[in-house]
Structure formats: C-alpha cells, structure tokens
Unconditional design. Structure first.
Length: 468
C-alpha cells in the first residue's frame, strides 16, 4: 500500500461507508501498472512505447446486485465518492455496520525469478531490448536466408495491486510478465509461407537470455521449413491425435470456459447440471492451477484478494468443481477458488481461468498413433471459434501430419477441426503420459476483458472429429 499512499484508517472509512449504505460486502481494488513495448519491424525500423496506468475501483454487493465505480484520482475523497456511486447502483438502504481489524497478506518472493526486478524499464533497458531484437533478426537470417520479412517484439508489464475488503483482508501482489514474439515470411520457388514463435513468463526482463533467443530462432525456422513442405489434408470424419502442448488451447476454449461459474449460474453452460457426474473417461483429469512457478497465468492472489490454488475440475472423469469468484461462490454457498480476475481497475472481476491443463495419462503417444489406421495428428492450433453454451467449436490446424496405418506420413496444414467440446472430451479414448504446458503468449478474452493465461495437455486420441 506504500505505492498508493492511502492510510489504513481511510480504507476502513470507505468500506464502512459502503456497509452503512446497506452493502453486504465491499472491496477496494488498487492498481498501478507499467507496460513497455519494443518492436522491430520488417523494414528495419524500431519502435518503443511505454504506458503507465493508475487507479482504483470500488465494488458494493447487496444481495444479488453488484455496483461498481472506479477513479483515476486515488484519494480518500474520490474513493468515498466511488463507494457512494456503487451503492446507488445497488440501490442500497441504510444500515449500521463495522469493519474487522485489518489482516494483511503479501506475495511469496520465491513465486517467480525476481532478480534485478525494476517496476519501470529505463532508457538503458530499452536500448538493451532493441539490441536483443536485432540479435534475434540476425540469427534468423543467418539460419535461413530465404526469409523475406520479419517482425519481432518484446512486451513487459508489471502490475502492482492491492485489494482491501469488508472482511478486513488486505492482499498485495506484484506481477511482472515478459513476452517475446516473432513472425517471419519465407519465400521459395514461388511459394510464400509464414510462421510465428513466442515465449512468455511471469518473470522480469532477465528472462531474455541467449538460450531463450536460440530456442525461439530454432522453433521459428523449424515451423518455416515445415510450412514449405506441408499440404492440405482430405476432409471427412476421422480419428484425431492431438499433440501435447499447444493442443491445450482446445481444452481452454472448447471446454474450459464452460466450467466458469458465471456461465453455470446463468444456466448457459452445457455442464450446468453435471457437477458430480461422470463426463468422460476415468483416465482424464483436468485442473486449473494458479500456483505454477513462472507460468503466464499464475497468481498469488486473484484480483479479489483470494489466495490462489490448484482447482481440480475433473477428477477420474468426474466433474468435481467449477471455477468461482466471490460472487458465484456466494451464490452457490461455497468457498471461492481464486478465479476472480479482471482486465484492470476499470473492470469488475469475473470468473476466469489461470493455467488450465489435463494431467498425464497411462498411455504412450506412439501407441495412440499406432492405433489409428487413417486420421490426422495435430501439432499446432490457432484461430478458434467457440459457442460457449453449447460447446461447438472450429479450430484452424496450422501444422500436423497424416496418420496412415499407424504411422505419421505427410506434413499437413490449413485445415479445420470441427466438433463439440463436451462430446470431444467424452470421445477421448487414450491419454498419453507426456503433459506439456507451453510458455506461449496466450491472452484470453471474455466479456470485453483480457487476461494472461496458460494452457496445456498431454497427447490424446479423439475417437472421431470432422476435418474440414
């Protein structure tokens, strides 16, 4: 709270005002973030930008109603004005109330690698980032002279926030997220192809090591070479083996959102009445874990001040939990799972995923492939479209292989897989022992808000999907 310079007594006064106006619950969310972006464009130009955001939001909950107001003028007077506005939205009535003594929680210093962490990159940092991107470009061109254009960027955001509520809890955290991404176009014998590669961690700028640069260059060049040899696959309904790692985006989009408790509360999810039921094979276990070190979706506290945890959504094929913020947990009479997240202090928290993945199973990937006579093996997915309520989806397969008589043969690209998330989950007939959660720059959007997430899975064999 030194960042925001609001005395404890003033916090208690604001919360007490909300309670006196009839609220059942009040919280104040403070945020100060700095985002730095450095880009290298295909023409050789470099661009840099830096944005600092600062403000606070006040939420008032009365029964089933929620009021929210925010201010960029973080003073006791502005916070009092905000809590009164939020109470008017709730149409609260006057009652007497008190606030418990303050109980403070801080993040653990070993959660991420914080050597040399600074809140706001300096001019020297910017020059170093430009040099790093130039080294990346030179390494790509040295590895593959047929590249005709390249764009790369580094994004670094550190968010400091604090949440104080009418339970007397004060939670504070600092989250540094650094991302490196690059895209390139290759041209060979009249054929032009594009590929992308990225890395993102809950980590300061010290993640930008020579080893990381080599890994990104190697991954990008491999994808470019793959794209030059891949062909389109024939469509139809067939078995599909989803590779470990990036196939987790299918799990996130086609199934994960349907586990978020606001959709359950409104009856919009296909899993609304499935809690406690067997929904897939007993070899399938799915978790949403906010405690993985350095992963992009990890948090010590959610944006409501609830401690993070590992939530077991599906256990041995049985649906055992939804993902709750304080509002949905209050509605269902249970404890929140630490999934209340928000885009910024201008937004109200809603149930969101963190790091969502399927645990390893008992099979080997090569045995799953060997079990398929005619099908496809999916390496990378992108550009998914999902109808959350019903779970219907379509995903673009940017790279994969034909499976013929139990063997990977021709590289393929530019096809879609089409299906239904819950049905796909039920049609999984084999889960491999190779769980991988890739550190990609995934950003999840929902109801006009975005937040960083990670997702992953082991290789799985889906009995049948439509390939288009």
């Amino acid at each position: 709270m030194r960042q925001f310079q609001i005395p404890e007594e003033d916090l208690r006064t604001v919360v007490k005002e909300g309670l006196n106006l009839g609220a059942d619950y009040v919280d104040i969310y403070f945020e100060h973030s700095c985002t730095t972006m450095v880009s290298l464009l295909s023409g050789g130009e470099n661009r840099a930008s830096q944005n600092i955001d600062y403000g606070a939001g006040v939420r008032v909950v009365t029964g089933e109603r929620t009021g929210y107001a925010y201010t960029e003028d973080v003073t006791p007077q502005s916070l009092l004005s905000a809590v009164r506005q939020a109470a008017r939205i709730c149409n609260s009535t006057h009652t007497a109330a008190s606030v418990p003594p303050v109980e403070t929680h801080h993040y653990s210093p070993d959660f991420y690698v914080n050597e040399g962490l600074t809140f706001q990159p300096t001019g020297d940092d910017i020059h170093n980032l430009v040099d790093y991107l130039n080294q990346l470009r030179d390494a790509v061109m040295q590895a593959e002279s047929r590249v005709v254009s390249l764009n790369a960027n580094i994004a670094h955001r550190t968010k400091r926030f604090a949440v104080f509520n009418s339970f007397g809890h004060l939670a504070e955290e600092e989250r540094p997220v650094t991302s490196l991404s690059v895209s390139a176009v290759i041209r060979h014998e009249g054929r032009t192809e594009r590929a992308n590669e990225s890395r993102s961690y809950l980590c300061p700028l010290t993640m930008l090591t020579p080893q990381l640069l080599d890994d990104v260059v190697s991954g990008l060049v491999h994808k470019l070479h793959f794209a030059l040899t891949a062909v389109q696959a024939r469509g139809g309904e067939m078995p599909v083996v989803m590779s470990s790692g990036s196939s987790g985006v299918l799990l996130h989009e086609a199934v994960g959102h349907a586990f978020e408790a606001d959709f359950i509360r409104r009856g919009e999810s296909i899993f609304t009445d499935s809690l406690g039921r067997q929904i897939c094979d007993p070899s399938i276990n799915i978790v949403d874990d906010g405690t993985l070190p350095q992963m992009r979706g990890s948090i010590h506290f959610d944006d409501e001040g609830v401690p993070s945890q590992c939530t077991h959504i599906v256990t041995d094929g049985r649906l055992t939990s939804f993902l709750h913020d304080r509002i949905s947990a209050r509605h269902f009479g249970i404890e929140p799972t630490g999934n209340g997240r928000r885009n910024s202090f201008r937004h109200i928290p809603i149930p969101r995923m963190r790091n969502t993945y399927m645990l390893s199973g008992p099979c080997r990937e090569q045995d799953l492939i060997a079990d398929v006579k005619q099908g496809i093996y999916v390496c990378d997915l992108s550009n998914g479209q999902v109808q959350i309520g019903a779970g219907d989806y379509s995903f673009f397969v940017s790279s994969g292989y034909l499976i013929e008589n139990g063997r990977l043969t021709q590289p393929i690209k530019d096809v879609n897989i089409i299906g239904n998330g819950p049905q796909t989950l039920a049609d999984i007939r084999g889960v491999a022992n190779n769980l991988y959660i890739p550190p990609f720059t995934w950003q999840c959007g929902k109801e006009g808000q975005t937040c960083p997430v990670s997702c992953g899975m082991p290789s799985v064999l889906v009995n049948k999907l439509t390939v288009g």
